[in-house]
Design a protein around this ligand. Structure first.
Ligand code: SAM
Length: 224
């Protein structure tokens, strides 16, 4: 994953998608009722007893890939339980094979679909202290707008989870759109360049090694 030089994200889209605001407003107004996948229900039930310890902050590393960032975040938040979530068993399986920095034990990796896991966490009343979404798939084709997390029907669940949300990408427009989607929900955010001096994940490392500019959007989400 790290050997190939990384290419810049190319898109026919020159600015924030013209349908973004309408799309986000629609999702904010209508509940997302897609049935939960059985494997995510099982994974959620397995991790729940660990989460439901009173007074322990909870951090999500959503789209954690091989979980390298999850281990780093566990060191950065020693008081918290950090959960790395990814749908790819192929990536998660690599964690123990070279992507386990340090010896923190306050984290777990979970194989689950975030479309379901986020909604299950909201339904269970979980509240996050921090939520990291590092280098989500950009889906740069304009026709794939709703595959981007901020334009997905599950976006309201991300807002309801609360906490300090940090989204990083090598595609500036993704970050600008994320901020625009937050502002449709009335949430202010900061869009800023990000320098990965010590990369925390394979994607962050390959973008840094290819000399690409990185961007992040940061917002404080009140519990809603
Ligand atoms: C570009 S990779 C970034 C991985 C990691 N954060 C990093 O920086 O190296 C995006 C990750 O999102 C995961 N992903 C995409 N859609 C998902 C979903 N619906 N549920 C869970 N994980 C998902 C993919 O499996 C993939 O590992």
């Amino acid at each position: 994953m790290t050997d190939q030089p990384s290419r810049l994200v190319l898109s026919a889209q020159g600015g924030v998608h013209p349908k973004l605001a309408e799309c986000v407003a629609r999702h904010l107004a209508h509940p997302y009722l897609k049935p939960y996948a059985a494997h995510t229900l099982r994974a959620f039930a397995e991790i729940s007893p660990l989460v439901e310890q009173p007074d322990r902050p909870l951090v999500f590393d959503s789209c954690c890939g091989v979980g390298e960032s999850t281990a780093w975040l566990a060191k950065a938040h020693p008081e918290a339980l950090v959960i790395g979530i990814d749908k790819s068993i192929h990536r998660l399986d690599k964690h123990e094979r070279g992507y386990r920095p340090g010896n923190a034990d306050n984290y777990r990796l979970v194989r689950a679909d975030l479309e379901d896991f986020w909604r299950l966490a909201v339904a269970a009343g979980w509240t996050l202290s921090h939520h990291y979404l590092l280098y989500p798939n950009p889906w740069p084709k304009p026709g794939h707008l709703q595959r981007r997390w901020h334009a997905s029907p599950v976006f309201p669940a991300v807002l309801r989870l609360g906490g300090r949300l940090e989204v990083r990408s090598n595609w500036r427009l993704y970050i600008e759109e994320f901020a625009a989607a937050l502002s449709v929900a009335g949430i202010p955010s900061a869009v800023e360049p990000w320098t990965a001096e010590t990369p925390v994940s394979p994607f962050e490392r390959k973008y840094r090694d290819s000399g690409q500019a990185l961007w992040r959007c940061v917002a404080d989400l009140e519990k809603r």
